[in-house]
Design a binder for this molecule. Structure first.
Ligand SMILES: Nc1nc2c(ncn2[C@@H]2O[C@H](COP(=O)(O)OP(=O)(O)O)[C@@H](O)[C@H]2O)c(=O)[nH]1
Ligand SMILES: [Mg+2]
Length: 234
């Protein structure tokens, strides 16, 4: 059995609709992007000081409004060290989580340049989400919650504070983002006849999207670093 076939199932979703939604996570190196991904997808934390955990991709289902959302999250896998996060990374993203570390002033100041990349390189429809991570380090906090909220407001972003270490706020950040996407889908905000542009794809059957392309197993909650991103989205 190949890696791609592992855990495969033909089971149809029992929900009225199924969509895949591409999330990207950007922000300075070491703000906790990979651990946010790890916490959300596997409910674990890596206390190591590696610049990258080598994770590029994870996915997880969230159910909302009788709809099965396959949240597909792309992680920079260390490219942010060189400010070389590519155009391909931003392409067709539905949600961009822009992360800073509440204990590091410069990571907050750099949000503007990450936002500029999002605005230049992501689809116009992208939902922007500001995340202040490492709230467990309250005694080392230098960025107040209010500063985060204000920056988010100025840039029309959703805002969350999280601790990937403790797991607080992570599920909520993804859940609320999906709720906002759900609302936009229902209001006709996205032109889903050309869904590849928006990072949102309607899933027709358990293993195919509307173009007849294979998608990952709908039941599993897997890290897909062996799967090619191109096979999965966009
Ligand atoms: N205290 C604390 N440390 C964290 C948190 N999230 C990540 N870290 C640590 O910060 C470092 C960088 O995390 P990582 O996820 O690799 O950051 P990335 O470079 O943005 O992907 C690692 O040592 C993590 O263990 C958090 O919420 N709280
Ligand atoms: Mg990383």
């Amino acid at each position: 059995m190949s890696d791609d076939e592992e855990g495969e199932t033909n089971e149809q979703s029992k929900y009225e609709y199924s969509y895949s939604v591409k999330f990207i996570i950007v922000g300075d190196s070491s703000v906790g992007k990979s651990n946010i991904l790890l916490r959300f997808s596997r409910n674990t934390f890596d206390a190591g000081h590696q610049a990258t955990l080598g994770i590029e991709f994870a996915n997880k289902h969230l159910i909302y409004n009788n709809t099965d959302y396959l949240v597909q999250i792309w992680d920079t896998a260390g490219q942010e060290n060189f400010r070389s996060v590519t155009r391909a990374y931003y392409k067709a993203s539905a949600v961009a989580m822009v992360v800073y570390d509440i204990t590091k002033e410069e990571t907050f100041e750099h949000i503007q340049s990450w936002l500029k990349d999002c605005k230049d390189l992501a689809p116009k429809t992208v939902l922007l989400v500001l995340v202040g991570n490492k709230t467990d380090l309250e005694e080392q906090r230098v960025i107040s919650k209010e500063r985060g909220e204000n920056l988010a407001k100025e840039n029309n972003m959703m805002f969350f504070e999280t601790s990937a270490k403790l797991g607080s706020g992570i599920e909520q950040a993804f859940q609320k983002s999906i709720e906002a996407v759900d609302q936009k889908i229902r209001s006709g905000y996205y032109n889903l006849s050309d869904s590849s542009k928006h990072g949102i794809k309607k899933i027709v059957s358990g293993n195919e999207n509307e173009n007849g392309e294979r998608i990952i197993d709908k039941k599993s909650l897997s890290l897909g670093k062996k799967q090619k991103k191109d096979d999965l989205c966009c």
